[in-house]
Design a protein around this ligand. Structure first.
Ligand code: ADP
Length: 267
């Protein structure tokens, strides 16, 4: 089992450019074993932050990308049939709770509510997980922590976290890094010079102003990194921005023109 756990260890330090007191806050939540909810738009650094914190705290990290077809059994586990009969297999949540990993449920709002409630008993003082099919009440390992990510921008009446789920977590707000910081991140992640990174950051900022005026979301840090990597690979900056930023974020021709114009201001 140790070998399997090793697969989830974060061995190389994931680069994290601190933007505020997030490391301190997360560490305090970890020390108190309070479940953490990372709130913010897609591509702003939530996943990278958890990877960095898992490395810092020396805990294995089990990540689950949530989707609407996911059942509670996918998280908790199930009996499998093999040549010798049936055998129980822990799901990722159970595996993490049993062995003391950090379990990161990415985009938890995508999961159906009956799946989400499976995490409830692990997030209260009992820190247990009932494995009903197996007839086991699993007591979570002392080093187990549950972390979820949640994009409030996508919330709708049909798809939102129940209050009873939300209120089990301490929440940290993530947003786009401030200009110079984001440029540093781009330069590091894409391997581009700081001047090019600075221009991409300006284009990102323009697009974010269009949120609610034709765009559902602004260009993310992740998308800016993609543009930077294309430029680094020898693609002309305007073409790189069209491909990585403009065409990905909108299908609307007018909006595309507006964004292309922003790109042309800088490149
Ligand atoms: P999310 O989980 O919010 O969708 P990610 O964690 O995948 O977003 O972030 C996208 C990319 O942005 C990361 O792979 C990383 O390269 C970069 N990034 C964002 N913020 C930071 C930061 N503060 N330090 C280092 N990299 C960052």
């Amino acid at each position: 089992m140790k070998d399997m756990l090793d697969e989830f260890r974060v061995t190389d330090a994931p680069f994290w450019r601190q933007t505020s007191d997030e490391v301190e806050l997360f560490t305090a939540a970890w020390d108190a074993r309070i479940p953490v909810m990372l709130k913010g738009p897609t591509g702003c650094g939530k996943t990278r932050f958890v990877e960095h914190m898992a490395w810092r705290l020396g805990r294995p990290l089990v990540t689950v990308a949530c989707n609407e077809d996911m059942t509670a059994s996918d998280l908790v586990g199930r009996y499998l049939l093999d040549a010798d009969g049936t055998r129980w297999q822990d799901g990722p949540l159970t595996f993490a709770a049993r062995h003391g990993a950090i379990c990161y449920l990415d985009e938890v709002v995508e999961a159906r509510q009956d799946t989400t409630v499976a995490i409830h008993p692990l997030t209260d003082d009992r820190r247990v997980l009932p494995l009903e099919k197996k007839g086991e009440l699993l007591q979570a390992h002392p080093d187990f922590l549950i972390v979820i990510s949640y994009n409030p921008g996508y919330q709708s009446l049909m798809k939102d976290l129940k209050q009873s789920t939300k209120q089990r977590f301490a929440a940290m707000n993530f947003t786009w890094p401030e200009g110079e910081t984001e440029a540093e991140i781009l330069a590091h992640e894409a391997g581009i010079d700081s001047e090019t990174a600075g221009k991409l950051v300006e284009i990102g900022a323009r697009s974010r102003n269009l949120k609610g005026h034709g765009l559902d979301e602004g260009v993310s840090t992740r998308m800016l990194i993609h543009a930077g990597r294309l430029i680094k690979g020898g693609i002309a900056p305007r073409a790189a921005c069209s491909m990585a930023l403009v065409n990905s974020i909108t299908d609307d021709p007018d909006m595309r023109d507006a964004l292309d114009a922003a790109v042309a201001t800088w490149f």
